[in-house]
Design a protein. Structure first.
Length: 239
């Protein structure tokens, strides 16, 4: 039998890959670790400490406040990590689609609109997944909601990505309407095909710019939250 110790899992990264989670939040005051489950009810702990400490001692309340701060930072950290992962999935699916649009545009060789729409489908599924998740956030901003009269509420990253996705879908639908017409060859002449492709190229890059901008913002928030959590730990426990 080998005496080697098992390797420690790699640390989470925030650039170019999925960020793994050491901590999940399962309701107020409950932390789920990577290897074990620990239920911690801060109120019960503080109440027990009040019984154990002299009357008027403020340390139980100060500990309760500290644990509440830890809980809030962990909750924010978890949601920023989930946003990073959702955006990263969109980017991974987007690259193949964008490559098809890019090569067609550079070569001035428009394909049938349905071929671009088929390449877009995996991206669209991941955008839907992100928007579904955005309806559940609690700690990093306002939940996303689609209201009556096409009004949207929520964080800018959700509303903006939804809007740019819808612009692309509308453009696909215009192209497919021509493609399905009996007058396709007449309506989709070289000049009009090139113009449709140019518009698709522009909309594709607008979507890409937005996704990468919000990924950068999410990563900045992830680092800032982790830094604040580390600062709180040092303040509470010293070196």
């Amino acid at each position: 039998m080998s005496d080697q110790k098992p390797k420690e899992p790699p640390e989470s990264r925030t650039e170019g890959s999925r960020v793994g989670g050491d901590v999940k939040i399962e309701g107020p005051g409950t932390f789920v670790g990577r290897d074990q489950y620990v239920g911690l009810k801060v109120e019960e702990l503080v109440a027990a400490l009040r019984q154990a400490f002299p009357t008027g001692d403020t340390r139980p309340e100060r500990l309760g406040q500290l644990l509440d701060e830890f809980r809030a930072y962990h909750a924010k950290l978890y949601e920023w990590k989930e946003l990073h992962n959702a955006l990263n999935k969109i980017i991974d699916a987007f690259d193949q689609y964008a490559g098809r649009v890019e090569s067609s545009y550079i070569e001035k060789n428009p394909l049938k609109p349905s071929l671009y729409r088929d390449a877009w489908r995996p991206v669209n599924r991941n955008v839907d997944d992100m928007l579904d998740w955005a309806q559940t956030i609690q700690y990093i901003g306002q939940r996303y909601q689609a209201l009556a009269n096409d009004r949207l509420e929520g964080e800018r990253w959700a509303v903006d990505i939804k809007g740019k996705r819808d612009d692309l879908i509308a453009h696909f639908q215009r192209g497919q309407a021509i493609e399905q017409s009996t007058n396709f060859q007449r309506l989709f002449q070289p000049n009009s095909a090139q113009e449709w492709l140019r518009q698709l190229y522009d909309l594709t890059h607008e979507f890409e710019d937005a996704i990468k901008r919000y990924m950068s913002q999410a990563d900045n928030q992830l680092r800032e939250t982790a830094s604040n959590l580390y600062g709180l730990s040092k303040q509470a426990f010293g070196n």
